[in-house]
Design a protein around this ligand. Structure first.
Ligand SMILES: [Zn+2]
Ligand SMILES: [Zn+2]
Length: 148
């Protein structure tokens, strides 16, 4: 008997809930983290559906479920977020983006709008920024959910 791998387990989620979550994020009423928690859907899936589909929320939510038989290999089809222009300059650690255009990958708040002095963290892999709170990162070296 192989030991069950908890990280590989798929959480069941409700298409209607996902549609509602997508709506909230698109209408900017909630960030990804909040919407995912509120509607009990996986944050990474929510993120992908919001990013990749121009479809109405109900259809977007149904796409991943409905295509299992057609696109079985789509699990390897990770989103490519690498930005070849943003090579790390040295390895100094920062707690804030050095560009005001940076936005939190989860809640999409711009760094320039951040007046509360939140801690920001940068994904080691893709170089995108996020609020420490949104990312739930505990260490200074952090790899986002989408690069893991
Ligand atoms: Zn955020
Ligand atoms: Zn990343």
């Amino acid at each position: 008997m192989a030991a069950p791998k908890s990280s590989a387990k798929r959480k069941e989620w409700n298409t209607d809930h996902m549609a509602e979550a997508i709506k909230m994020v698109r209408e900017k009423k909630m960030g990804y983290l909040k919407a995912a928690k509120h509607f009990d859907v996986p944050r990474t899936t929510l993120f992908r559906l919001c990013q990749q589909n121009e479809l109405p929320p109900e259809e977007a939510a149904a796409t991943t479920l409905g295509r299992k038989t057609v696109l079985d290999s789509s699990d390897d089809d990770e989103m490519i977020l690498f930005d070849t222009d943003s090579e790390p300059e040295g390895l100094e650690k920062r707690t804030a983006p050095d560009t005001e255009d940076a936005e939190c990958m989860f809640c999409h708040m711009l760094f320039s709008n951040d007046t509360q002095g939140e801690t920001w963290i940068k994904c080691l892999m893709c170089g995108l920024w996020a609020h420490n709170d949104c990312a739930g990162a505990e260490f200074e070296t952090w790899i986002c959910d989408f690069c893991k």
